[in-house]
Design a protein around this ligand. Structure first.
Ligand code: UDX
Ligand code: UDX
Length: 460
């Protein structure tokens, strides 16, 4: 065991959440040894190169500050557990695809297997930190598994949900709105809580480190994501009405957002929210409500997901309708495939729905994206030759019957749309699912322009 470090921290699950979080702790706290383990060997190998397994602005620089100094990577999970005093668990907790609660409940099998590995390998007391987003009262189940160990090793389970958003993970971790730490309010629970507070206090102001009981911490994470998603569904619901009434969603967003009680952020109408968390966490909340007999509450939150699906559906329906009710054999260029800009992540991206719907109409789809092409290929691999993948947006647009902007990458604002107009089929159509393009300018070039929640600009 390395004795030159004050603490030995382990993180099980080196993904989007575990990776950046541990890199930040290691960079800010050279006095701690931070080790990341994962079942996927190729992921662990990639973390040790300059080609990290995930794309996040600023992450490589952060990793390089600490890698080999106090940040280590390994596939030996059991040895990692044995050595550590504090273990963060950030394995994935996807929506269950089978059995009871399928399509809603969280699939906790990885979490439980991890808990069993911890029991198996531990020879000394440990603090276990839930980083994965979990259903309320999961910590209880974990405590049961952990305490059923014949060796009598003591574990304290804390909930420390992560609020980072992809694409801004590094700045979110460096300067968080708050850090939330839930513990039992027993003597040993409070001691464990203090240990974790001390880690974050290395760079986060104390007043931003909130402590609570475990259940509040677990529920706060689900509620925060549900509230954020609800804002998007709310503005998207109004966008549909704008299109019918010739009101402009950007003007409405600005007007309501200046009310300080409402606030201006997360009011950007779009083709729909994606990402690995929003839908999963809301469905999870719905499932928990149903389990406690709160049917009305479950339905209330379910509708946030329903409106999102409606918005995706509405977008494609508009495309088909205005392109003379058929897209069969037409080339449609999708600008962006990631669920938002500055990430290569495509999980639950609205682009997946849009692409599939167009393919079902026998369209030919050309996907372009600066970071997400590998994931897009994986996502659509069953579609075969009906989909083309093209790095260069100009080439993607060549001979296209329509362009649909699905991710708000900055580069799409800056393209030479005169050049693009010259190479596309006429009449030319642009569907701006993110409202990022200069619509009037495009119209003047010759495009028929269909934004979200704004009057369309058409030449016919
Ligand atoms: C995941 C969950 O999706 C989210 O609910 C939670 O809040 C945090 O963890 P993310 O980090 O985005 O989010 O997931 P992912 O990038 O898939 O990383 C999870 C990692 O755990 C993967 O690298 C996977 O290989 C690893 N893993 C999974 C293990 O090491 N052991 C397991 O048993 C299962
Ligand atoms: C979210 C939460 O923000 C974060 O706190 C939590 O830890 C994980 O889930 P993330 O999924 O990475 O983070 O991205 P986020 O920036 O929240 O965006 C989610 C989706 O909503 C994206 O598809 C984005 O394009 C969309 N969105 C966001 C809108 O459509 N309009 C908006 O105004 C904001």
């Amino acid at each position: 065991m390395e004795m030159r470090f004050d603490k030995r921290i382990l993180c099980i699950g080196a993904g989007y959440v575990g990776g950046p979080t541990m890199a930040m702790i290691a960079a800010k706290c050279p006095q701690y040894q931070v080790t990341m383990v994962d079942v996927k060997e190729e992921k662990i190998a990639a973390w040790q190169t300059d080609n990290l397994p995930i794309y996040e602005p600023g992450l490589l620089e952060l990793v390089k500050q600490a890698r080999g100094r106090n940040l280590f990577f390994s596939t030996d999970i059991l040895a990692g557990i044995r050595e550590a005093e504090i273990i963060f668990v950030s394995v994935n907790t996807p929506t269950k695809s089978f059995g009871e609660g399928a399509g809603k409940a969280a699939d906790l099998q990885y979490w439980e297997k991890t808990a069993r590995s911890i029991v198996k390998a531990s020879e000394s007391p440990k603090i276990i930190v839930e980083k994965s987003t979990l259903p309320v009262r999961t910590a209880k189940a974990m405590e049961r598994i952990l305490s059923a160990n014949p060796k009598g090793v003591r574990f304290e389970v804390l909930s420390n949900p992560e609020f980072l958003a992809e694409g801004t993970a590094v700045t979110d971790l460096e300067n968080p709105d708050r850090v939330l730490i839930g513990s039992r309010e027993t003597e040993s629970g409070l001691r464990a809580r203090r240990e974790l507070v001390d880690i974050y206090a290395n760079w986060v102001p104390r007043e931003k480190i909130l402590t609570s009981n475990v259940w509040s911490a677990e529920l706060s994470k689900l509620a925060a994501n549900a509230f954020l998603a609800q804002r998007i569904s709310s503005i998207n619901s109004i966008s549909a009405l704008c299109e019918r009434t010739r009101a402009d969603i950007a003007e409405v967003s600005r007007a309501i957002g200046m009310d300080q009680r409402i606030g201006s952020r997360f009011l950007q109408a779009s083709v729909g929210f994606g990402g690995s968390c929003f839908k999963k966490d809301i469905l999870n909340l719905v499932y928990i409500c149903e389990n406690y007999g709160l049917q009305e509450i479950a339905e209330y939150w379910q509708n946030v997901v329903k409106i999102n699906e409606y918005q995706e559906h509405r977008f494609v329906k508009t495309m088909i309708r205005v392109m003379f009710n058929t897209v069969a054999d037409k080339r449609i260029a999708l600008f962006g495939f990631s669920f938002k800009k500055d990430t290569g992540d495509t999980r639950e991206s609205a682009a997946i729905y849009v692409a599939r719907k167009l393919l079902a109409e026998n369209a030919r789809v050309i996907v372009t994206d600066p970071q997400a092409l590998p994931n897009a290929r994986e996502e659509l691999k069953d579609a075969g030759a009906a989909v083309e993948y093209e790095e260069d947006p100009y080439r993607a647009a060549e001979n296209a019957h329509a362009i649909a902007v699905l991710t708000e990458w900055d580069l799409y604002r800056e393209l030479d749309y005169r050049r693009i107009y010259a190479s596309v089929e006429k009449p030319a159509f642009i569907f701006d699912g993110r409202n990022i393009l200069p619509h009037q300018e495009l119209y003047e070039i010759g495009f028929n322009v269909f934004p979200i929640g704004k009057p369309s600009l058409r030449h016919f």
